[in-house]
Write a new protein. Sequence first.
Length: 309
Amino acid sequence: MFDNLTSRMSRVVKTLRGEARLTEANTQEMLREVRLALLEADVSLPVVREFIGRVKDKALGEDVVGSLTPGQALVGVVSKELTALMGGDLGPSAGELSLAQQPPAVILMAGLQGSGKTTTTGKLARWLAEGGHMQNGRPTGKKKVLVVSADVYRPAAIEQLKTVAGQAGVDFLPSSTDQKPEDIARGALDHARRYHHDVLIVDTAGRLGIDEKLMLEIQALHKILNPIETLFVVDSMLGQDAVNVAKAFNDALPLTGVVLTKLDGDSRGGAALSVRHVTGKPLKFIGVSEKLAGLEPFHPERMAQRVLG
Ligand code: GDP
């Protein structure tokens, strides 16, 4: 992820660190390079503009101009702004799941068809069942997880979740295409309560595009389930289009976080920054392989540090 961005940004940083003096000219040159690096990584133009504007304001500020090592100070500004752009401004635990509540903690998965919802449901279930989840830096232990599919339009989707649940070693509640999604949700909640599951993950139907019926349906599910986490799953290969999809889901649902999938492909990663910006919600996980182990929690600060080299 961000390989090109990393090589371009680290070049800028290296040059800057070597500058004994910051002039109007070399500051402009640096901003131009950063702008190009972000655009090339597929970050959307309004997001890039705002980012550059913020760096520029601070670059002209006392902390940088008055510093004994202005190049270094400016690197500090870029680093801080990049961390914020990646979600670091949302607080250190923004990327964690909020599972601390009366069980079952419900996680609702939202997104277009093909985004990786079902795969991510399996990945999350496995991760939680194996005790991967941390809160305030501490593992919260192995969770008893139940998954269910509310996709009544594609029998194959229900089958797929069953397979994935088997691989993840978690409980699967069968559902069928003659049920109503709302009834599946109510039934799953009852089942999870009765059998003392810590977490219930509800996979939902997706469409190829944004569709009003789909949105109304998932809003109804949200009302019934009252999930502690509503995760928007988005394919990073969508590039710029990811922004519009994210906006539509964010307007329709109180999202709590984003999962960006398929970062192992040709994606340049910029969608992560744009989606984070338009939704104002933290990127919680990234998908880095088709396999169930291919899920990683996202850490803004670490990622920003890596990009800057
Ligand atoms: P859904 O329609 O949203 O439930 O999407 P699926 O979970 O069925 O995923 C669609 C396709 O993307 C499948 O072929 C998955 O194996 C693949 N996929 C999902 N997440 C990832 C990922 O992080 N990396 C890669 N390479 N493929 C993924």
